[in-house]
Write a protein that binds this ligand. Structure first.
Ligand code: MG
Ligand code: MG
Length: 271
C-alpha cells in the first residue's frame, strides 16, 4: 500500500492551481472536439496548452505512457493512447488529463459524447457523473474511504445495474500522481483509511454499461471491457479542508463547452 501524505494548506493551493489547469485543458479540448478530428491532434493541442501555461504534462513518460492525455473510446475504460482514428458521431470518449508544476500533480477526467450517442449510453454518463458527487459528499473527516466507495457502488450497481470496474481505483495525489490511500469505487461503509483534514484524493468512478470485467488490450495500455459494451469515467481531485471536501478541479467550465460546442452532446452534469 502506497504511503499517505497529508498536505498543508499551501500545498493544497499548489495542487488546486494544477487541477484548475487540468480543468481548463479539458474545457479547451471540449471546444476542439468534433467528429472527424483525431485523438492524436487533440493530444498535441493539449500538450501545447499545458506548456503555454508554464506547466508540464503530468502523464507523459510517467511509467512510460507516451502521451499527454489518456483518450479512451467507447469500450475503452481508461489509459487509451491517442491515435489517428477519427472520432465518429456515435462515439463516447473519456479524456483524462494530468499536469505537473511546482513539484505537485493535478488530475481530472471527463467523458464526452458525440451527437448521435443513444439515450442508454447518455444515461450511463449521467449516472457515472452523479456517482462521483455522491462519493465526494462522503469525503468528510471522520468517515472512511469505504464510505466514499460504497456511495459510488450503491448508486451505479445497486440502483442502476451497471458494472463497477474493480481493477482500477482512485488514489491519493500530491508530489506523486499516485499515492495512498487507494480509493476503490466499491467497498463497505465504515471500512478503510480514515479521512482527515489535509487528505488529497482523486475520486474516479469507472463504470461499465454491461459487466464489470475488463482486460488489457494488445497495445499494453488501454483497458477495455470484456463484453465490448461502453464504459464511462469521471474524475475530480478533492482536498479535505476543515472537515469537508473541497473540489480542486472544476467541471463547470467543461459544462460551458458542452453548451457552446454543437458538435458534442450536452447532458446534465452535476458540478
Ligand atoms: Mg486521471
Ligand atoms: Mg486519477
Amino acid at each position: 500500500m502506497a504511503q499517505v501524505y497529508h498536505k498543508t494548506s499551501d500545498e493544497i493551493e499548489l495542487i488546486r492551481q494544477n487541477c484548475m489547469l487540468v480543468s481548463k485543458t479539458l474545457a479547451y479540448v471540449g471546444s476542439l472536439l468534433r467528429p472527424g478530428i483525431t485523438g492524436a491532434i487533440i493530444d498535441q493541442k493539449a500538450e501545447e496548452f499545458i506548456r503555454d501555461h508554464g506547466a508540464l504534462p503530468g502523464f507523459k513518460n510517467l511509467y512510460g505512457f507516451p502521451a499527454t492525455l489518456c483518450i479512451s473510446l467507447n469500450d475503452a475504460v481508461v489509459h487509451g493512447i491517442p491515435s489517428d482514428r477519427e472520432f465518429t458521431d456515435t462515439d463516447i470518449v473519456s479524456i483524462d488529463c494530468g499536469v505537473y508544476d511546482n513539484e505537485f500533480f493535478g488530475d481530472a477526467a471527463f467523458t464526452f459524447a458525440f451527437p448521435e450517442v443513444n439515450d442508454d449510453v447518455m444515461d450511463l454518463l449521467s449516472v457515472t457523473n452523479a456517482s462521483l458527487y455522491l462519493g465526494i459528499e462522503q469525503a468528510v473527516s471522520g468517515n472512511r474511504i469505504g464510505d466514499v466507495s460504497s456511495a459510488i457502488q450503491q448508486h451505479c450497481e445497486r440502483v442502476h445495474g451497471y458494472g463497477i470496474v474493480r481493477e482500477l481505483v482512485g488514489h491519493g495525489l500530491g508530489r506523486n500522481l499516485h499515492e495512498g490511500p487507494e480509493v476503490p469505487n466499491f467497498g463497505s461503509r465504515g471500512r478503510g483509511h480514515k479521512i482527515l483534514d489535509g487528505l488529497v484524493i482523486a475520486i474516479e468512478p469507472m463504470v461499465n454499461q454491461g459487466r464489470r470485467q475488463v482486460k488489457q488490450s494488445t497495445d499494453g495500455w488501454t483497458i477495455v471491457t470484456r463484453d465490448g459494451k461502453p464504459s464511462a469515467h469521471f474524475e475530480h481531485t478533492i482536498a479535505v479542508i476543515e472537515g469537508k471536501p473541497d473540489i480542486l478541479s472544476d467541471h463547470s467550465i467543461i459544462e460551458t463547452e458542452l453548451k457552446n460546442n454543437e458538435e458534442i452532446k450536452n447532458f446534465s452534469i452535476k458540478s
